[in-house]
Design a protein around this ligand. Sequence first.
Ligand SMILES: Cc1cc2nc3c(=O)[nH]c(=O)nc-3n(C[C@H](O)[C@H](O)[C@H](O)COP(=O)(O)OP(=O)(O)OC[C@H]3O[C@@H](n4cnc5c(N)ncnc54)[C@H](O)[C@@H]3O)c2cc1C
Length: 551
Amino acid sequence: MPPPARSILDTRADQMFPTLEPPEIERVRRFGRIHAFNPGEALAKVGEIGVGLCFILAGEVDVSQDDRSGHRTPIVTHGRGAFLGELAQLAGRPALVDARARGPVEALIIAPDRLRALLIAEAELGERIMRALILRRIGLLETGGGGLVIVGRSESGDVLRLANFLRRNGHPYQTLNSETDAEAKALIERFHVDAGQLPIVLCPNGKLLRNPGETELARCIGLVGPIDPNRVYDVAIVGAGPAGLATAVYAGSEGLSALVLDCRAFGGQAGASARIENYLGFPTGISGIALMARAYNQAQKFGVEMAIPDEVAALAPPIESGRGHFVLNLADNERVAARSVVIASGVRYRRPAVKDLEAFESSSVHYWASPLEAKLCAEQEVALVGAGNSAGQAVVYLASQVAKVWLLARGADLTANMSSYLVDRIAGLANVEVLTRTQISALEGADGMLQAVRWRQGASGEEMRHLIRHLFLFIGADPNTEWLAGSGVALDAKGFVLTGTDAGANCRSLETTCPGVFAIGDVRSGSVKRVAASVGEGAQVVAALHGFLAT
Ligand SMILES: Cc1cc2nc3c(=O)[nH]c(=O)nc-3n(C[C@H](O)[C@H](O)[C@H](O)COP(=O)(O)OP(=O)(O)OC[C@H]3O[C@@H](n4cnc5c(N)ncnc54)[C@H](O)[C@@H]3O)c2cc1C
């Protein structure tokens, strides 16, 4: 029998729960205020925005979480020198655990803005605290503790949609299968839920949502709050992919007030990458979500605000807005005011022209290959269409998770668009069959579930039919620039944003035809479609922002 998987609590408890020495506590005192708690009093309550990070000066605090049956599970007891909190405290978001004073407790409370100042001013101590906050969140993600419970059919497209959204946003959750799990059945009965209303989501604040949209869910769990319409940011960054997050980190660290908006999740396309192996400094590779989560936390450390998910629907330049600054109109009718704007809205996946594709999109057709999709396809044959690097990476990953991968490529061979290391790796995989000059001709299935895929191969165009329930599409992407219509920002013939000398003789590097609006990353005309290039442009644009804001 394989040994039981060890949790982060088993392996890294000392880093998760460090104790500060008295001289170290003295150093952090200037960032907080002292507060006394009575025996039994709550220092943190699940679903409620807390006071901040609490350093225990005297007494003991019990930290616990509810499991999915509502039973209280202890996590840790903090004593003198320990501190209470996790990543939620960095951004002033609702707590994911409960914490109660055992007896009388004296604590030093550090509010989120002062915590960020501490992390920057006290580099070594800040590193230990930041590491503990991140590891504690990872611990909660491992158990799903303190998060929400999704109840529905495990193959349902809506369960997958909600689980994907929470996973991509680093929020803990658990799923209960409504068809097989006794607890799920009890919950459905208790809340009188009809089958048509599934999945339901139970939020930590006690609210029950019936098949919610991502924005409704995000608002319920405090991931996104209202935006102050009177605040004018130095820069509004549209898109939280590598380009937007890099801008955020450099802008924040250089003292600019910045707001990042993303309609989906942080990480962009990179967040969907199973393994990035060509990013400088990671010789063993790193999953896209891990790399992007680091950048997301880093930006928040420098005080950058996040509005995710929030979709930008239109951009009004200063003259049009009549307010002397840019105004971004959001899909939910909120507004953001900023002195400058960085367009980092990247690209979105292309869809092949195959009849009924949409009908299978929620359950059987996938545009990325994460552990969630891999779990659905375990021990099955899958088809993947594409011939670029993202397709190659997905094939390598899926091959380790499924019975067989059919790789369908339109061109004559893979080497035209795929890095040679991936082509070589695919050639060495026994359960991958590469079919070149091949195109999908039809999809068959019922109730949103795919049952078979037909494709035509080679010069003969002979049609083949295979029993396949999951189809992966990696066939390129188009720029996300519809929201720029009417803004005065010029695009090239394919819809990518023109910048620098392509936009006009007097434009700064990375500046668009609209002064004060810059474009970086995949959405920029002529950009190199790579994580490192996007990150580099994110750093570079901040220098251009300083130049513009100084005028
Ligand atoms: C599966 C996969 C694997 C990859 N692997 C690698 C790799 O190994 N190495 C490598 O170098 N590159 C890789 N790439 C390419 C790399 O991920 C991209 O070049 C990079 O992510 C581009 O970054 P970006 O920030 O410019 O745009 P994106 O990553 O596309 O991010 C744009 C963001 O903007 C948001 N957005 C769009 N419109 C709006 C709007 N109106 N309002 C608010 N938000 C909006 C989107 O939701 C998205 O999060 C991969 C890509 C994919 C898809």
